[in-house]
Design a protein around this ligand. Structure first.
Ligand code: HEM
Length: 428
């Protein structure tokens, strides 16, 4: 346990040396680490009925944050909520958000000065939060964005820390950490309730996700009560911005270290856009930009682990896995496995040809998960990432500050510990 806490990534990488299925115990919890794409496919997709989300996602602290929203709910209830939210994520609807995405990116970079120092991760977090709230809830959180960022950074406890006695106590006793967590959660609650109440007062149907949820709430006999509404909004609020922001931050970080890739990226922008702003119609031709997004998510997957619990005994790769076991799969390790990715530690967007994609085992690359619980926002996220890379990359490039090495922290998602500090250069 102490190894796991001290060096989470090293630990989960070293475990793979024991095989594709590794079993261990953390206190009273039996855990299995799965590394092979076929077994990952079984857990998240073909055998999904044998699993629910893992215990750490049902902890009191996590529940306090996202409650019984889409990410954490199970069974018939989850099915109903997913059906309810799905229309807001249909392609034709998402396509209409392209202009807002580009517009918000423009607003963000309008204040940047050539040669100034910035934490690009903080900028991306703020931008992605504003976009998700504007497009899905038609609300503005510009004034609250920094505050939300600060509270979120405090609230999301490192994954490894969850296997400690301290975490278990924090979950059950009113410790100082627990009390501070609750205070922070109340602060975000207030913003979420403000968004809901503003829309209620306005009364009009905006045709967005929030309207769909409110309509279901108002239908006679609906069980989407106030708390449930809050849980769904909070889930999208959290799941819908940090992950996209991280992909962008890691992409800028990788581009800054790979000048040849950066040159090709700039060449594509010049050829496709010829100096104008990107639109929805440009997406099919921004192929190299899309490859950069995919390769960034391979090396730095924002969701670096998936967790499930067995609801009945099952067999994985010939091993009997008992009921109640915790099963973990790691994008961080499998997406860097040399059996599936030649030169796995190198940033090579070129590898993502159609031919390579078609021969890759399905779950060797799974940044958005898969099966019935696959990310509902994957199309939204890919479109947002490509449009933002194009809008920002057309005007600016970044160099890393040599005195600020970037350290990873395995929090709820794969974060840069103290941000990504860069010098902003305006492109001529
Ligand atoms: C690069 C960006 C993103 C990544 C890497 C990502 C990753 C993931 C992953 C891995 C899961 C599956 C979790 C599991 O199986 O346990 C998931 C689920 C989910 N994501 Fe995303 N996500 C991204 C963007 C978004 C966006 C933009 C939204 C919403 C606007 C969103 C909303 C959700 C929701 C609601 C779920 C739960 C779905 C369900 O269980 O039915 N995500 N995401």
């Amino acid at each position: 346990m102490s190894d796991f806490n001290r060096d989470t990534f090293g630990f989960i990488e070293r475990c793979r040396d024991y095989g594709d299925v590794v079993c261990m115990r953390f206190l009273y919890v039996t855990a299995y680490f799965l590394y092979h794409p076929d077994d990952i496919e079984y857990v998240v997709s073909t055998g999904a009925k044998n699993f629910i989300k893992s215990r750490n996602q049902r902890s009191a602290l996590f529940q306090r944050l996202v409650g019984n929203g889409l990410l954490t709910s199970e069974g018939e209830f989850w099915k109903r909520q997913r059906r309810l939210a799905q229309p807001a994520f249909h392609r034709h609807r998402i396509n209409a958000y392209a202009e807002t995405m580009v517009d918000y990116a423009q607003r963000t970079i309008a204040t940047w000065q050539n040669g100034e120092e910035r934490d690009i991760h903080r900028d991306m977090m703020r931008l992605a939060l504003e976009i998700v709230v504007k497009t899905l809830f038609n609300a503005d959180v510009s004034a609250d964005a920094d505050n939300v960022g600060r509270v979120l950074a405090r609230i999301t406890t490192p994954f490894a820390g969850q296997a400690t006695i301290k975490w278990i106590l924090d979950n059950r006793l009113p410790t100082l950490t627990h009390r501070r967590f609750n205070r922070d959660a109340r602060e975000i609650d207030a913003i979420v309730y403000r968004i809901i109440n503003e829309r209620r007062r306005g009364g009009q149907d905006e045709g967005d996700l929030l309207s769909m949820l409110l309509k279901a709430h108002d239908e006679e006999g609906s069980d989407l009560n106030d708390k449930q509404l809050r849980d769904e909004v909070m889930t999208i609020f959290l799941a819908g911005h940090e992950t996209s922001a991280l992909t962008l931050s890691w992409a800028w970080y990788l581009l800054a270290q790979n000048p040849e890739t950066e040159t090709k990226f700039h060449a594509e922008l010049a050829e496709v856009l010829k100096g104008r702003l990107p639109t929805m119609e440009d997406l099919p031709r921004l192929k190299y930009t899309e490859m950069i997004a995919k390769e960034s998510m391979r090396l730095y997957p924002p969701a670096y682990a998936l967790g499930r619990e067995t609801v009945q005994e099952c067999e994985i790769r010939g091993f009997r896995v008992p009921k109640g076991a915790q099963v973990f799969m790691f994008q961080w390790v499998t997406q860097r496995d040399s059996r599936f990715f030649p030169q796995p530690d190198q940033f090579q967007p070129e590898r993502w040809t159609e031919e390579f994609t078609n021969t890759l085992p399905k779950y060797a690359y799974f940044p958005f998960g898969g099966g019935p619980r696959v990310c509902i926002g994957s199309y939204f996220a890919m479109m947002e990432i490509v449009l933002l890379l194009a809008t920002i990359g057309q005007r600016f490039r970044f160099s890393l500050q040599s005195d600020h090495p970037v350290k990873l922290i395995p929090a709820m998602s794969l974060r840069p510990k103290d941000g990504v500090k860069v010098i902003v250069e305006e492109r001529r």
